[in-house]
Design a protein around this ligand. Structure first.
Ligand SMILES: NC(=O)c1ccc[n+]([C@@H]2O[C@H](COP(=O)([O-])OP(=O)(O)OC[C@H]3O[C@@H](n4cnc5c(N)ncnc54)[C@H](OP(=O)(O)O)[C@@H]3O)[C@@H](O)[C@H]2O)c1
Length: 276
C-alpha cells in the first residue's frame, strides 16, 4: 500500500484524466482509475484500472465496491470524465444535451454521492472536479458542454459550503486548451449537416477550437499541478490552468459589458481568417 493514500480518478483512459492519473501515481499516490474502456479490472503501469460508466448508477456502485476491496479508504476523488457535442443550440438534439449533462455533470454527482459518506466518516477528504474555461464563459457551438460546465461551477460552490465542516475540501480545475483531447469525445451533433443555416460560422468555430487544442498547453504539466495541489494543506477552491490570453478572456468577461464580450468572442471564433 502506498504511503500517500488512495485517489480515485474518473475518465482516466485518455486525455487530461490519464495525464493526471499518471502524475498522481508518479507523486506516490495509490491510483484507482476508472473509464468505460477499462473493460475488466486490471493492474497496469502501476495503477489499478476498473470499468466505470459515470452515467450508470449500477456501474458507479460496482466501481466503488471494487475500489474499496482494493483499498478500504479513499482520500481523494478526481473527476475528469467528460465529453462534448459540437452543434448549434437549434440543431443539437435534446437527447444530445441530455447525454452531455449526464456524463459531465450528473456523472460527478453520482460519484460524489458514493465518496461523501466515506470521507465524512473519516473526517477528511478531497474532491477535485474538472470544469473548464467554458464553465466561466460561453462560446458558440459548444453549448451543451458549456451548460454542463457552468452547472459544475455552481454545484461546486454549494458543495464546498456543505462539506467543509466535515473536513472535506473541494477544488474546481478550470483548464484552458490542452493538447490532450480526443475527437472521439467531440462528435458533431447528429443534425449538423452542410445545409444547416449555421454551416459557415460552425465550420470556422470548429476549426478554431481544433487549432487551439492542438496548439494547447502541456497536459503533463497540468497533471503535476493537480498532484501538487492535492498535497497542500489547503487546496485552492479554483485552479485555472490556461494561457495568458484565456486568463485575460475570463477577466474581460467579468468586467466588460455583455455586448462587447459577445463581439470579441464571436469575432475570435467565427470570423473568416486563415487559421495556421
Ligand atoms: N483537453 C482540453 O483542452 C480540456 C479543456 C478544458 C477542460 N477539459 C476537461 O478535462 C476532462 C478531460 O478531457 P480531455 O479532453 O483531456 O479528455 P478526453 O480525451 O476527451 O477523455 C475523456 C475521458 O472521459 C472518459 N469518459 C467519457 N464518458 C465517460 C463515461 N460515461 N464514464 C466514464 N468515463 C467516461 C473517457 O474514457 P472512456 O471512453 O474509456 O470511458 C476518457 O477517459 C474533461 O472533463 C474535459 O471537459 C479538457
Amino acid at each position: 500500500m502506498n504511503r500517500k493514500g488512495t485517489v480515485w480518478v474518473t475518465g482516466a483512459s485518455s486525455g487530461l484524466g490519464l495525464h493526471t492519473a499518471t502524475a498522481l501515481r508518479d507523486a506516490g499516490w495509490n491510483v484507482i482509475a476508472g473509464a468505460r474502456s477499462f473493460r475488466e479490472p486490471a493492474f497496469r503501469d502501476g495503477m489499478n484500472l476498473l470499468p466505470l460508466d459515470v452515467t450508470s448508477e449500477e456501474s458507479v456502485r460496482a466501481f466503488r465496491d471494487r475500489a474499496l476491496a482494493i483499498s478500504p479508504e479513499v482520500y481523494a476523488l478526481v473527476q475528469c470524465a467528460g465529453m462534448l457535442v459540437l452543434g448549434s443550440c437549434e440543431e443539437t438534439t435534446v437527447e444530445e444535451f441530455r447525454r452531455v449533462m449526464d456524463t459531465n455533470f450528473l456523472g460527478m454527482v453520482r460519484m460524489n454521492q458514493q465518496v461523501l459518506p466515506l470521507m465524512r466518516a473519516r473526517g477528511e477528504g478531497r474532491i477535485v472536479l474538472f470544469s473548464s474555461i467554458n464553465g466561466l464563459l460561453g462560446i458558440p457551438f459548444q453549448n451543451a458542454y458549456t451548460a454542463s460546465k457552468h452547472a459544475i461551477e455552481g454545484y461546486a460552490e454549494g458543495l464546498q459550503m456543505e462539506v467543509r465542516p466535515f473536513g472535506i475540501q473541494v477544488m474546481l480545475v478550470e483548464p484552458g486548451d490542452h493538447r490532450s483531447g480526443s475527437d472521439k469525445y467531440r462528435p458533431h451533433g447528429s443534425r449538423m449537416n452542410p445545409d444547416s443555416p449555421y454551416t459557415g460560422e460552425y465550420e470556422r468555430t470548429v476549426a478554431r477550437i481544433h487549432h487551439d487544442e492542438t496548439h494547447g498547453r502541456d497536459p503533463d504539466r497540468l497533471g503535476r499541478r493537480i498532484a501538487k495541489a492535492l498535497e497542500r494543506r489547503r487546496m485552492p477552491f479554483r485552479r485555472r490552468i490556461a494561457s495568458p490570453d484565456q486568463h485575460l478572456a475570463v477577466w474581460l468577461h467579468r468586467f466588460f459589458p455583455a455586448r462587447l464580450n459577445e463581439a470579441v468572442l464571436r469575432s475570435y471564433y467565427t470570423k473568416k481568417r486563415k487559421i495556421r
